[in-house]
Write a protein that binds this ligand. Sequence first.
Ligand SMILES: *Cc1c(COP(=O)(O)O)cnc(C)c1O
Length: 434
Amino acid sequence: MSLKHTVIFLPIDERPKQWYNILPDLPEPLPPPKDPDDGVSRIERLPQILIGECLKQEFSDQSWIDIPAGVQDLYEQAGRPRPLFRAKRLEEKLKTPCRMYYKSEFYSPTGSHKVNTALAQVFYAKKEGFERLTTETGAGQWGTALSYAASLVDLPLTVYWVRSVYNWKKERLNFMKLYGAKVHASPSNQTEAGRELFRKDPEHVGSLGIAISEGIEHALSDEKTIYTLGSVLNHVLMHQTIIGLETQKQFEIAEDYPDVVISCLGGGSNFGGIALPFMGDRLKKGKEIKFIAAQSEVAPNLTGEYKYDFADHAELTPMLKMTTLGHKIEMEPIKGDGLRYHGTAPILSLLRHKGYIDTVAYPKDEKHVFEQASLFARTEGFLPAPESAYGVACAMDEALKCKETGEEKCILFNVSGHGFMDMHGYDEVLKLSD
Ligand SMILES: *Cc1c(COP(=O)(O)O)cnc(C)c1O
């Protein structure tokens, strides 16, 4: 394959105008959410928690859903379509026979792919007349993306932020405040779900599951306030398919096609975003593509048990059929904090269960991952977010394996965000200040 371009831009008039909903194309129907045996019905409560249009999309049987013109404008303003890069310098450095391509979700106003669903969700929330938003955030990328999106449509936002991260990411905290968001460390004394844990231990490190409980409880207390979730759910993955759909068109321009698709996986939104359009090609057109999710050994949720579990700590959500480590599990902190979640998006859980997704879990010291990410930065120039570093390392490892076997694979990977606000993490793991 001759190299025509190093950077593949997608002209604005060729941008995708619909998102891809994989639900009708799955190898078997997705098990629906379910209520636990006792307590109030969580499913009946969903309309109080989720934006109407998002709830509709969550169960849609339409393969293609129009991206509203207003959301297309917001996407354009946020820099979409984003370029696809051929990692020429990295290939040379690794001396791999593979062709490596990466999608540049780091070209985002707040630093990650999360703006793709944040912009869609605030658009619908505004249209449906909600006056306030609430959410949770773990690594802080979702909180920042939503703070940005909410400020563009002028909706006030309250964020519950996992304390172990809140405590050290001061710059990201200020970034959210700069966009006008109100931010509480979680567990907080603002909600019942948080208060009990907070009283027992005011320095409780928190978890994504606890923060979700706080955000939902807050939204339930006021009918003009709506909750938003940045990963896991079907509609979130669908909004993120904009990543893979652009990439498919860019591969047409490059006259190439991936053999392997790789990304990091926390709840599954960026992995789903890049992978699902290609998964559609595999399911419908029989394309032979391998999918690999890069994870941490502190949170190998994709290898968890496939069963019904709650999405949050306080059991306020319906139960979802997913690969899960258990909603009460405590996970050790890592710098790639956005990968620490107990469950996996139900769509990806089903595909994993059916054998369509492979996974790699990297050691908790994160040394290899950060070393590979810095080699990527030294050759390609972009600094990946700690979470994205897992996907980058996994793609590089795959390319190095091919060096041994001589296979000339085409490897596509997603760089889900940039690491400008995470130098502290790079410093701690790679000892840059020593
Ligand atoms: C949140 C985040 C992740 C992990 O979440 P997913 O829903 O699995 O994508 C990965 N990378 C970045 C940059 C993030 O902000």
